[in-house]
Design a protein around this ligand. Structure first.
Ligand code: ATP
Length: 528
C-alpha cells in the first residue's frame, strides 16, 4: 500500500543544534503511528516541517506517493494535514467558536461553526461551551478547542503533539475511542507523547528519536514501557525515594474559609476553602481542570489579591501569622512562596527574552544591592539551572521560545526549585516532560519536601499525584473535598470525588482526623 505520508532523509538545523538529522518515516492510511523521544529530540520540529510551518534544510516529503514541497501551513491543510499543537495558538479574548472559525477557510458561517462544534464535541466526548471566551477556559478546555478545530477540517493525517497531557484518565479513554474511530475511517495519525503506556495502548507503530536522529522503529504493542524507555533515553526512569511523612511539622500555610466570587465572567466561585499545609508536606490537588484550580492558584500566588482578610495565612518560623491576602507575588516570594503556573510561555516565561533574562521574573539573586541586575550573574544562574536540570538549550542566551516544550518546563521548574522555596505551588509539574526528566523533577520535589519545604501540587494526572503526594484533596465545583492521606486515596475513590461526589464532612481537613469525613457510608455531598 502506498504510504499516506513518507519522509525521506529530512534534516533541519538551528544555530548550534541539529534538530532533525536524516529522518525517514512512513505512515500508512489509517495507521496510528507514535513518535517517541526525549525532550529536544526533534519531534516537534519534524511535525512543523510536515505541516509547512518550518522548512527542512534537506530531504523530501511524499504525500500519497507524490513528492510535495509544503511551503506553507495552508498548503498542508489543503492536502488534509491537520495538527493539534502542544502550545496553544488561541486568541484569549475570542470565544471558542470564534477561534475555531478563524482557523477555517470561511466556507461556514459562525453559526454553522458553533453548531458543528457542539455536534463534534458531543460525538467525540469533548465537552465544550462554544460561547465561552478562551481566557476563561482551563488548559484542558483550551486543548479541547484545539482538538475540535483540527477535527473540523476532516483531516486525512492528524498530528497530535502530546494531546493528553492535561486530560483526565476518562477523557483520555474517550479521546482514544475517537482516534481509533478516525483511524478506522482511514485517517492516519501521528501521535507524539511521552506517556509510554498510552503509546502501547493506542499505536501500532512507533518511531523512536534521539538527538535529532531516528534510533529505531518498533511495534509498541510488543514492547514493555521499560523497554521503550530504554530505547528512548538509554535507561529506565528512576523510582522516587520512599515517603517519610512528618505529621508534627509546623504549619506554613492555612486557608481559613477562603472564598472568592469568579474573577472573570465564566470563572468559578470558590466556596469556603479550608486547608493546612505543613513544612515537609506534599499536598496533591486532584480534579478536572476548570473546577476552580486556576482561581485558587491565582489567589495563592498573589496574582489575585481578593482573598478576604484572615482567610489566607502564612505562618513564619517563629509562629507569627501573616495575612497573605493583600500581598502581591513579589512580597510573597520574599517570604519564600514560589509558584510555577500552568502556562509556561507567557506567564512562566517571557518567550522573546533569553533564559538569563527570564531568571529575573522570580529570582533576586542576579539583582545587586542598588537594584541593578547583573547580566553575568543572571547568565551564571541560568547556566546552573540548565546544567542541574539537564535543560537542552543553546545556552543562557537562548530565547525561551526557542526551547522545546519539555525543556522550557524543566527550566521553569528548575528556576523555582533552585530558589529553595519554603512553600512551592506547582501546576502540572511534568507536563510535556519526558519520562526521564519527569522522574528527575519528581525526585527534586520530594527532595525539597525532605528539606522542609511545603508543596502544593495541582495536577490532572492522578497517577502522578498518587506517586508524589503525602496527602490528596480533590477540587470540584470550586470546593475542596476532605484531605486524604495518600494511602487511603485509591484511583476509584478520587475518581468519584473528581465528579464532585464525596462523603459528607468538614472539607479541607484530614479525613483521618475527622471521623465523619472518613465514613464511607456517609451521605453523598454534591457541590453546586
Ligand atoms: N526556533 C528554534 N530556534 C532554535 N532552536 C530551536 C528552535 N526550535 C527548536 N529548536 C531546538 O531544536 C531541538 C529540537 O526541538 P523540538 O522542539 O523539535 O524537540 P521535541 O522532541 O519536540 O521536544 P519536547 O519533547 O521537549 O517537546 C531542541 O534542541 C530545540 O531547542
Amino acid at each position: 500500500m502506498t504510504p499516506r505520508l513518507e519522509l525521506r532523509h529530512i534534516s533541519k538545523s538551528y544555530p548550534g543544534v541539529k534538530a532533525n538529522d536524516d529522518v525517514s518515516l512512513q505512515v500508512a492510511p489509517g495507521e496510528i503511528h507514535a513518535v517517541l523521544g526525549e525532550n529536544g529530540a526533534g519531534k516537534s520540529t519534524l511535525m512543523k516541517i510536515i505541516v509547512g510551518a518550518v522548512q527542512a534544510d534537506a530531504g523530501q516529503m511524499l504525500w500519497d506517493g507524490q513528492v510535495q514541497a509544503v511551503r506553507h501551513p495552508a498548503q498542508a491543510r489543503a492536502l488534509g494535514i491537520s495538527m493539534v499543537h502542544q502550545h496553544f495558538s488561541l486568541f484569549d479574548s475570542l470565544t471558542a467558536a470564534q477561534n475555531i472559525w478563524l482557523g477555517l477557510d470561511r466556507s461556514l458561517s459562525l453559526d454553522e461553526v458553533r453548531q458543528r462544534v457542539q455536534d463534534l464535541s458531543a460525538a467525540y466526548g469533548l465537552p465544550l461551551d462554544p460561547e465561552r471566551p478562551v481566557h476563561a477556559l482551563s488548559v484542558g478546555e483550551r486543548q479541547r478547542v484545539e482538538i475540535l478545530r483540527a477535527l473540523m477540517t476532516r483531516p486525512r493525517l492528524l498530528i497530535l503533539d502530546e494531546p493528553t497531557s492535561v486530560l483526565t484518565p476518562q477523557a483520555v479513554e474517550t479521546l482514544f475511542v475517537t482516534l481509533r474511530q478516525l483511524a478506522a475511517q482511514g485517517c492516519s495519525l501521528l501521535y507524539i507523547s511521552h506517556k509510554l503506556d498510552e503509546i502501547r495502548t493506542l499505536c501500532e507503530r512507533c518511531t523512536v528519536m534521539r538527538a535529532g536522529r531516528v534510533t529505531g522503529e518498533v511495534d509498541p504493542r510488543q514492547e514493555t514501557a521499560a523497554g521503550l524507555s530504554r530505547l528512548m533515553i538509554g535507561a529506565e526512569p528512576q523510582r522516587p525515594p520512599p515517603r517519610t511523612a512528618r505529621r508534627d511539622a509546623p504549619v506554613r500555610l492555612s486557608l481559613r474559609g477562603l472564598q472568592a466570587p469568579p474573577d472573570s465572567p465564566h470563572g468559578v466561585t470558590l466556596h469556603d476553602l479550608h486547608l493546612t499545609l505543613k513544612a515537609g508536606d506534599i499536598l496533591g490537588v486532584a480534579g478536572v481542570s476548570g473546577n476552580g484550580q486556576q482561581e485558587l492558584l491565582r489567589l495563592l500566588s498573589g496574582e489575585d489579591r481578593r482573598a478576604p482578610r484572615g482567610t489566607l495565612i502564612w505562618t513564619a518560623d517563629d509562629g507569627t501569622d501573616h495575612d497573605l491576602g493583600p500581598m502581591g507575588p513579589r512580597e510573597r516570594r520574599a517570604l519564600g512562596l514560589h509558584h510555577v503556573p500552568e502556562e509556561r510561555l507567557g506567564r512562566g516565561a517571557v518567550p522573546v527574552l533569553s533564559l538569563a533574562q527570564n531568571t529575573l521574573l522570580t529570582r533576586r539573586d542576579p539583582v545587586g544591592r542598588l537594584g541593578h541586575w547583573s547580566p553575568s550573574r543572571a547568565a551564571a544562574l541560568a547556566g546552573r539551572i540548565i546544567e542541574r536540570f539537564g535543560v537542552r538549550a543553546a545556552g543562557p542566551g537562548a530565547a525561551a521560545r526557542s526551547l522545546s516544550g519539555g525543556n522550557l518546563q524543566k527550566f521553569i521548574m528548575g528556576r523555582e526549585i533552585s530558589a529553595a522555596p519554603r512553600l512551592l505551588i506547582v501546576a502540572q509539574p511534568t507536563w510535556g516532560v519526558d519520562v526521564g526528566a519527569a522522574a528527575q523533577i519528581r525526585a527534586e520535589l520530594v527532595a525539597l519536601r525532605d528539606q522542609g519545604c511545603a508543596l502544593l501540587v495541582v495536577s490532572e494526572e492522578l497517577d502522578e499525584l498518587l506517586e508524589l503526594s503525602d496527602r490528596i484533596v480533590v477540587m470540584a465545583g470550586g470546593r475542596l473535598s476532605p484531605v486524604l492521606p495518600v494511602a487511603q486515596a485509591s484511583v476509584e475513590r478520587i475518581g468519584l470525588w473528581m465528579s464532585g461526589l464525596w462523603e459528607d464532612g468538614p472539607t479541607g481537613v484530614d479525613a483521618a482526623d475527622a471521623s465523619d469525613a472518613s465514613d464511607e457510608t456517609g451521605s453523598a455531598h454534591v457541590p453546586a
